[in-house]
Design a protein around this ligand. Structure first.
Ligand code: ZN
Length: 133
């Protein structure tokens, strides 16, 4: 892992939460981006080099909708930047972690991403991400 890249937070209403986090962090979000393949609309804040990603479901089958149904709003995942995502997927897989993607997929904010199953990471959903070149 290179660094904590962002913290993903599941929210019910992106506009309301944007206003809340603007008040909390004292700055505006710098982008809103929909990732249709994941069924989410996201917004991004940056504070001290770490980003906050707010995630709103765009349909009832979205993983974010299911998360909110089960657990309510709140911290959804921690995303760590890695230097080589293919290499990370294979080395974490062979070290006992369960990866939800055997190949990186396209995420928000110009990233290639892969998730680890929370059952192998103390119930924390971990995202590996690498900036697209
Ligand atoms: Zn994320």
């Amino acid at each position: 892992m290179e660094k904590l890249e962002h913290i993903g937070i599941a929210v019910k209403n992106l506009e309301e939460s944007n206003r809340l986090f603007e008040k909390l962090l004292g700055k505006s979000h710098y982008k809103i981006e929909e990732v249709a393949s994941e069924g989410v609309r996201t917004s991004f804040f940056e504070v001290g080099g770490v980003k906050i990603e707010l995630l709103e479901a765009t349909n009832p089958d979205s993983p974010i909708a299911k998360f909110i149904d089960r657990r309510g709003e709140g911290i959804h995942h921690l995303a760590f930047e890695v230097a080589d995502i293919e290499e990370s997927i294979s080395s974490y897989s062979s070290n006992g972690f369960t990866l939800l993607n055997s190949q990186p997929k396209s995420g928000a904010d110009n990233k290639r991403i892969a998730f680890m199953h929370p059952k192998t990471t103390n119930s924390v959903l971990v995202e590996l991400c690498q900036e697209k070149k």
